[in-house]
Every structure is written in structure tokens, then in C-alpha cells.
Write a protein that binds this ligand. Sequence first.
Ligand code: ADP
Ligand code: MG
Length: 512
Amino acid sequence: MEKSRSLLKASVENISAKHVDNYATFMLQTVYHSMSEPANQIDEVRAAKEAWQQCLNIIRDNINPQSFKTWFEPIVPLKLSNGELTIQVPSQFFYEWIEENYYSLLKRTILEVIGRHAKLTYSVVVQQSPIEPVTIKLPQQPSAPMPEVRPIAVSRAAHDFYKAHVQRFESYLNPRHSFENFIQGDCNAFALAAARSVAETPGKNAYNPLVIYGGVGLGKTHLVQAIGNYARIKRKAEFILYVSSEKFAIDFVTSIQNNRISEFSAFYRGIDLLIIDDIQFFAGKGKTQEEIFHIFNTLHQANKQIVLSCDRPIKELRDMEERLLSRFQWGLATDLQPPDFETRLAILRRKLEDNGATLPDDVVNFIATNVTSNVRELEGCLVRLLATASLQGKEIDLALAKSVLKDIIRDRNVNITLEMIEKVICEYYQISPNDIKGKSRKQEIAAARQVAMYLSKRLTNSSFKTIGLHFGGRDHSTVIHAVTTVEQAQQTSPELRRDILELKKRLEILSL
Ligand code: ADP
Ligand code: MG
């Protein structure tokens, strides 16, 4: 082991900073603290970092970049002592996933790097109390005080109302939204696995609440409903309710107006698996938030499962009560990413199959290549294409697909302007419009300018020349260079990919 250690002279100075960064932005936006004692041997820590860096180099070459980013970047090496490498993983679920999917790769790699007698130990970060996320090992924190719970006033009327609802209880689940119909890809594998796990053991797992977040049309509603459908069919829970936040808020207000608030409360407190979709709509609705807070506490304490969806990470929600946000972060949060090419292809094929339709391969490829932002749009495209074809009584070929698709793509982007891109970029990178149009060659400014040019080319129909003129009267060749640079940099920089996704999301919202 000494020998292999001395071979491990890779540059590791930045490792922990990098991990901290990844950790903070990693999809498990939850509360961390560790059960074990702090590592006190600096050498052991350093050795662990060096060995783990070597392992990562090998692992990176053996799995796809998305999986690497998801499963290996967030791991923090803690110590290496007597051939035993301890690594910290963000949750029990994460640990199980790695063991299930990467066991042999990990074993091979560790034996190769550390030696024949190497051992691997996981330190699982426990998600418990609403403290600030930490990325280093900490001694166990005292657990959070029990949440205050408002006593439920179950009046006779409430009781009757509840009974009446139960008798004609409706879950509001769309059976089409099943796990079977949900195509798995790198973009959603983690979320899907978490959802399955919750559906299997509602209320009896560490993922309470389970929060699924992501942009529009990425499958949040489908996935949260799949949990409900599965639990219903397999009888894992009795009273399962899917409700959109809007409906919840409207029902709540109506119940106040009709003086039936205690019935409303009692009804929700009797649910075994409560699924609330799009919780971002609770923003600014103080009274509704308060009601949710109390329902949440009652259900959580009774080990009832809560599943939430949101269009952004919980910590990015504004105008929400702190105590509610902290509870929403008690369980597991996992995101849905836009589908990659293979997943888009698989989804299209499945939708065709379900509709008993066929399309030439080049047409399917063409759609999968050009409609990239979300699944709903992918579906919309397919529906439109099939409808146009049947209305016009035409065979679908690439030419027809191109004309239909062009329309949809133009529709989508028609509202995005160079001014919007400028505004969003300036806000995001915190630079002034003068800077972006000016002569500054400062790194941050030049980089932001390049991203602005790239987005302008991708999201508007403007020519290189127009874009160059808009961003400070620059030559069209400068714009071409910027577009290629950003295109290439995305291949190697997850941070840039993330920035661009976020910027697109903001532009999408701005252009609605
Ligand atoms: P969101 O709630 O995130 O806006 P939805 O769940 O409504 O998105 O999904 C939009 C459409 O795309 C739905 O028809 C859904 O069935 C479909 N969809 C999303 N993701 C997938 C997937 N991975 N496999 C199959 N269909 C999907
Ligand atoms: Mg939805």
C-alpha cells in the first residue's frame, strides 16, 4: 500500500474545494450531518484524497459522464488507514445505489489503486434535522425539537365530512402515469429509483418527504403520480391523494368561506400517501402555507408518506415560510434533467408504439435531434406530426417532418429577443449592460458575452451579423467563434452546462 500511495502524486490540492462545490449543488438538496467521529489524522485524510482521486480517474474512464457526475463527484473521501478507505456518501439511498450498480467497478478500482487487501467503508450522511448543509464530518447533532402540532379539532361535522369523502374517495390519479410508461434515462434514473423506493414502502423510508423537482415538461407530474398508482395497485397505502397546489389552495380558501375548515383539515390529515404537485404555487400564500405546515407535521409524525413536486430546488423558493421550507428538506430531493438524445429517442419510440403508429427512422431521429428541451414538447411534436399527416392524408417523410417541426421550433422561440438574453445574462452573471456591450476583455465579462452570443444564436433567428451588432458592434466572426467556444466548453464543463440550462429556463419563463 505504501508503494501505491507514493505513486499517487496526482494534484489533489483542489479536491476538497471541488467536492464542497459539487456537494452544495448536488441534487440531494437535503440536510446533512454525519454520524461518525471527525477524522483526526491529517495524513489519513490526505492519503484518502490521493487514493480517491486515482480511483476517480479510473472510474471516469469506465462510465458515462452523467453517471460519473451524479454518483461519484459527490463522494467525499474521508480517510485511508491500513488499507481501509472510508468515503462519505450523501444518503443511505445513494449508498445502496452505488453498491447495486457500481459494486464491481468500485471493487476492481479500489483493489488496483490501494492494493490487494484494500477495504471500502461508507460513511452515510444522515438526513435528520433542519441544520445548514455541511460537507465535513461532524459529531452527531442533537436532533431537532419536535415540531409543534396544532391539535385537530375533529367536530362531529368534520367526522361526517371525512367519512363521506372516504366513502367516495378519489385519488385523482391518471392511470397512464405509471412506472411502466416512464422511460428511464441518465436524466431521470435517480429520481425514478427514489420514486420506486417510496412507492414500495410509503411512509416507511427515509425519504419523507420525497421532493421531485425540475423544469416544465420533464415528467414531474408523471413520476409523482406513478408513485400513487403503484401504491394503489399494490395496496401499499389506503388513502392516496394526488392534488395540485392550486386545487389545494382553492379548496382551502373555499373551506374558510364556507366555515368548513376543520373538515378540510381532518380530511387531509387522514391521508396515507399525500402527493402535492407544483408546490411553487404556494409562494406568497401565507395562510395556505400555514395549513400545509400543520398537515405536514401530522402526517410526518404518523409516518404517512408525503411526495412533493416543484419547478425548482426547494431552497430557491421565495415567499415561503422558513419553517415550511426546512421541513420540505427533511427527506430526499432529486431532480429531473432534460432528456438526453438516447432517452428522447426511446420516449418517441414508446409513444409511437402506444399509438400504434410508425415513422421512418430518419424522421424519429430528426425529432429527437431537434426537440431537446423537454418531454412534453417531444410529445407535442409527435402528435402534431401525426395529426398533420392524417389530415392531409400524406405519408410522413423527412420533408413533412421538417416543415411541421420548423413551425414548432419557431413558435417556441418567437418570443425570445436579444434584449431578453442580454438582461438575463447580466442578472445571472451580475455584470452591467455596459460591460457586456463594451470593450472589456476581463475574463468573467468576456465569458458572459460569449454565452450571450451563443444563446442568441441558438434561441433566436438572428444572424451572426445582427448578434455581433447587438453585443457592442462586434464582427460576425467573433460571434461564430463565441458560439463554437461555448459549444465545445460545454462538453467538458458541467458548471457551464448547468449555467446554460438555468439561463434557458429563465428565458423560457421571461418569454411566456
Ligand atoms: P411536468 O409535470 O414536469 O411538467 P409531465 O409529468 O406533465 O411534466 O410530463 C409531460 C409529458 O411527458 C407527460 O405526458 C408525461 O407522460 C411525459 N413524460 C415525461 N417524462 C417521461 C418519460 N421519462 N417517459 C415517458 N413519458 C414521459
Ligand atoms: Mg406537472
